[in-house]
Each structure stands twice: as C-alpha cells, then as structure tokens.
Design a protein around this ligand. Structure first.
Ligand code: ATP
Length: 198
C-alpha cells in the first residue's frame, strides 16, 4: 500500500486540509491518508492550542464518511515530545512493507531545517509530498544544501493555492467574522453548538 501521512494540529481542521489531502491522495496514488493529530506540536509550544479532545472531535467530524481518510493515534498514544521523525519510525513498524509518503504544506517545507533531526526525518520518509501554500516561498537551493537527502524524495503536488489557515479561522470566530464556509459543515456545526474558539 501507498500511505499518505498528514501531520497537523488541526485546530480546527479546515477546507484546505481536505481539498489538499484529497488532491495528494489522487496525484500521488495513495491508498489511504493517515491524519496524524499531534497533541503537542514541537513548533507550536509557545502557542495556545485547543484541548486534544476538542481537536479530535472536530477531526472525526471532518473525516466522517471519507473511506480513504483515517485518523492515526500514533502521536496521541505516546508521550511528548511528538517529533515527526519518531512518528514515522513507529508507522514504519506498524505498516511494514508499505510506502509512507509524508504530506506537508509549503510553509512546513520551508521550516523543515528547524524540525528535530530533519535529515533523519527525511530518510524515514519514502517520499515527501508538498502542497503549495500562499506566502510560503521556498529557497529550494538552500534547502537542498542543508538537507541533501531531500531532492530524491520530494514530490510536488499540483494543488491550488488556498488562503485558509486554522489561525485565521480561529480569529474569525473570535471576532465575530463569518467563518462557516471555510470549514466542512459538520465541523462548523460542532464549533457553533459547543461555542468553541469564542
Ligand atoms: P495554523 O494556522 O494554526 O498554524 P494550519 O492551518 O497551518 O494551522 P495545521 O494543522 O498546522 O493547520 O496544518 C497541517 C498541515 O497542513 C501542515 O503541513 C500545513 O503546512 C498544511 N496546510 C494547512 N493549511 C494549508 C494551506 N492553506 N495550504 C497548504 N498547506 C496547508
């Protein structure tokens, strides 16, 4: 099997996550996409992140009825720190023989040198699929100089540029701006019903 590995905070999951993950599934010929919900993302330690139970409930709502999209508990069921390199090693153990394709936005690719042991992370991925993101210009030559293992694994996915981020959605909810249509309807409904992000 070819498995996509889509790591994120998903606070909340939004339409760009779904559109882009589905496009990766199609273009990279993935059998499934595992959505790796990270309880404590190492690069967001200084940010306020919603409780795991809230993000998990929203992700379950977002992925209901999506047979190819599966929530992975690989980070949920182990103590922090939740480094992606460790998630990939565990997933290789759990899915022996499968090809693991890590999926990330252009902003994550740009920041990859700051990840924990980035070269080990890259070699733990069979492929790395990248979705373009507005405002995330990547200096590829510099990246390849710092991370020589990257070019052989990099797969650019031809995705639309979508200017939606979880932080902007949270801000919209907080300030009373319209937000519903940035989200899968069950996610918007759950947020409204529970009064989250206000
Ligand atoms: P925040 O705004 O809180 O930082 P986010 O919208 O980036 O959140 P995450 O859960 O952190 O959402 O993202 C998970 C993955 O999805 C990351 O690899 C990120 O780069 C990618 N991603 C999220 N939104 C987009 C987008 N609009 N375009 C491309 N990639 C995206």
């Amino acid at each position: 099997m070819r498995l996509g590995i889509f790591g994120g905070t998903f606070d909340p999951p939004h339409l760009a996550h779904l559109i882009l993950a589905d496009e990766c599934r199609y273009q990279l010929e993935l059998d499934k996409v595992l959505w790796v919900l990270t309880p404590t993302p190492p690069h967001k330690l200084t940010q306020d992140i919603s409780p795991l139970e809230q993000r998990l409930a929203l992700l379950q709502a977002a992925l209901t009825g999506e047979a190819a999209f599966v929530i992975s508990r690989v980070d949920i069921d182990r103590p922090a720190p939740h480094y992606a390199v460790d998630s990939m090693r565990i997933l290789h153990r759990d899915y022996p023989g499968d090809t693991l394709v890590y999926l990330m936005g252009g902003d994550s690719l740009r920041d990859l040198p700051t990840w924990h042991t980035p070269r080990d992370f890259i070699t733990a991925c069979d492929e790395i699929g990248v979705m373009r993101r507005p405002g995330a210009a990547v200096d590829l030559a510099e990246l390849e100089r710092l991370l020589p293992e990257l070019p052989a694994r990099l797969r650019w996915v031809n995705t639309p540029l979508i200017e939606i981020s979880a932080s902007a959605v949270r801000q919209r909810i907080r300030t009373g701006a319209p937000y519903r249509h940035y989200l899968p309807p069950p996610v918007a409904e759950m947020i409204a019903a529970r009064g989250w992000y206000r």
